[in-house]
Design a protein. Structure first.
Length: 161
């Protein structure tokens, strides 16, 4: 069930789910979101499990480089110049295992993601090729996981972001 609340403390969000959201947003080049303030993020709570923790669910991707609207621009809380660039806005983690687990999740989904784009008939072939190239740019970063983790650590946000 969706919970209400303008601000959610980092310790009340399921870390693994927050990391997946952050890396997904990085993959699509979206900076128009924030977990703490709930900006373009809803929060869900399990109805079958007793927990105070919530799962962030992103929405509203029109400012993402992947979508490429003519009016999109990076948000003021970022350092990038165009939405086609990527900036990691996830929370900083104390150990590399959290990053590696999230990276593995995305590596496991690579074929499925690319196949979804390739088979999406509502886009022209040219548009599909552009999107595949954009996503492959993300996956090329994952080829060197140590270097990529350093990028994430360099760009990550403190829990008060």
């Amino acid at each position: 069930m969706e919970i209400e609340g303008e601000f959610v403390k980092a310790e009340n969000v399921i870390e693994e789910e927050a990391d997946k959201v952050a890396l997904f947003q990085y993959m699509i080049g979206n900076t128009d979101w924030r977990i703490k303030s709930g900006h373009n993020t809803k929060f869900m709570k399990s109805i079958t499990r007793v927990s105070q923790k919530v799962t962030p669910v992103p929405y509203d991707f029109d400012y993402a480089g992947f979508v490429g609207t003519h009016y999109s621009h990076p948000q003021e809380w970022t350092s990038i110049e165009t939405v086609k660039e990527r900036e990691y806005m996830g929370y900083c983690r104390n150990n590399d295992e959290a990053y590696l687990k999230t990276i593995k999740h995305f590596l496991d989904k690579k074929a499925e993601i690319l196949n979804t784009i390739e088979s999406f008939t509502y886009l022209s072939e040219r548009e599909r090729k552009e999107l595949i190239k954009y996503i492959e740019g993300f996956y090329s970063l994952l080829d060197n996981q140590d270097r990529f983790i350093n990028i994430l650590k360099d760009q990550c946000r403190s829990n008060d972001f």
